[in-house]
Unconditional design. Structure first.
Length: 411
């Protein structure tokens, strides 16, 4: 028996779901942790650099919402759209953040840990006049079930199908069914750390940087002008940073991690390839752990002291429920942690999110530049809680008013 079409499901939703034809797994629960939700997918890090594929041009340059067009990105290949998507399903917030940057943040109907990320993203939107988002109460979609995807009736699943295939609850037939009966898949996740996708997706996979993915997502929504405007701001920011970086031998060592458990934090290398470190690599800090630790590993305080980073970045540190004072005190009170150079020098800093979108990337480039090199880019205010700190106009590294206007569609 063939799977029902979306039209059939909408007409006979309850009966179809009850028949068992669309039986799936239970939805993943939202993390209640006050540190950024961790990954549970089985992933391994690969050192193999893969050439990025080139985005195809849309079939027409018109902004018509009725004329069909196509956009290409690995691992999906070329994906056809008969109109600009309105209802947007996501799993991870780099994709949701791209929709937000294009003025479509409130069209997102699902994401992993929506309440957590609503509160975290809102710490940054506070500095963007006339811009807000509302992600509270959305479907928590880490491990989505098929029935819910039919019910959401999205126009695009802004999600990497390879990352869904990595879940035990999904297989190729499920992905094909939802792609044909509801809406296409369009996303790329394993570029975050150049991780290894499931075997059946390896040949089709390519790695992109954050803004290369964003460029293709903008094509999906026919928002190329918004992308270009934001990309110009990023290019100017990177040029400013690169022009004033100190030589490599004068740069601090650093580590990024989840520090809610100061006895056994999970850590990420600051030079890991991929968009996980899109706000770190341009600033060139020296990785404290080197090859001794792989990104995402847990370490104890003895290992931290052996690496002895000059700077510790705390992922999720700007979340309203993260107590940065407690993080700093916990390290200072630990018999080993108190000896860390970063602790002794007061260089334990709050950061934002692991799956950053383009707008958070701009903020995190600015904040990290100030945290690493205050003598060159201006002091970073001591952050304990609250929204992204107010930075004097003459010390801001990018124009908030311009960014807000672009998100609002005022190009």
């Amino acid at each position: 028996m063939t799977a029902p079409t979306r039209r059939e499901y909408l007409a006979y939703g309850g009966a179809v779901a009850g028949s068992g034809l669309l039986a799936g797994c239970s939805a993943g629960t939202e993390s209640g942790s006050t540190t950024e939700p961790t990954e549970t997918e089985a992933e391994t890090r690969t050192e193999t650099e893969t050439d990025t594929s080139t985005a195809t041009e849309t079939e027409s340059e018109t902004t018509s919402t009725t004329e069909s067009y196509a956009v290409a990105m690995a691992p999906m290949g070329e994906v056809a759209f008969d109109r600009v998507p309105e209802r947007i399903f996501t799993r991870l917030t780099h994709h949701a953040g791209m929709a937000f940057a294009l003025g479509r943040g409130n069209d997102v109907n699902a994401m992993h840990a929506p309440d957590y990320y609503h509160e975290l993203w809102s710490q940054f939107t506070e500095r963007l006049e006339g811009v807000s988002l509302d992600w509270k109460g959305l479907y928590s979609s880490w491990d989505p079930d098929k029935e819910t995807l039919y019910e959401l009736d999205s126009d695009v699943h802004l999600t990497d199908p390879a990352s869904v295939a990595a879940l035990d609850s999904w297989d190729g037939a499920d992905l094909e069914e939802i792609g044909e009966n509801v809406a296409p898949w369009f996303g790329n996740k394993f570029s975050d750390r150049h991780g290894t996708p499931p075997d059946e997706w390896t040949d089709a996979y390519r790695y992109y940087d954050l803004w290369e993915i964003f460029e293709r997502v903008a094509q999906v929504f026919r928002e190329e002008a918004r992308y270009e405007a934001l990309a110009e701001i990023r290019a100017d920011l990177l040029e400013m940073i690169e022009a004033d970086l100190p030589p490599a031998d004068r740069r601090p060592t650093a580590v990024m991690g989840g520090m809610s458990d100061v006895q056994n934090p999970y850590v990420y290398n600051v030079d890991t390839p991929g968009f996980l470190t899109a706000h770190l690599r341009p600033l060139g800090p020296l990785d404290a752990f080197g090859d001794d630790v792989s990104s995402g590993d847990r370490v104890d305080m003895e290992a931290m002291l052996e690496a002895d980073p000059d700077v510790i970045f705390t992922l999720g540190g700007m979340h309203p429920q993260t107590d940065m004072a407690a993080v700093r005190d916990g390290l200072a009170d630990d018999s080993v942690g108190r000896n860390l150079t970063a602790v002794e020098n007061g260089r334990v800093y709050a950061q934002g999110a692991r799956y950053q979108g383009p707008i958070l990337n701009l903020f995190q480039l600015e904040m990290t530049a100030k945290q690493l090199y205050p003598d060159r880019f201006g002091e970073w205010p001591t952050y304990v809680d609250g929204p992204y700190p107010e930075i004097p106009d003459d010390e801001q590294l990018f124009d908030r008013e311009r960014v807000a206007a672009i998100i609002r569609g005022e190009l």
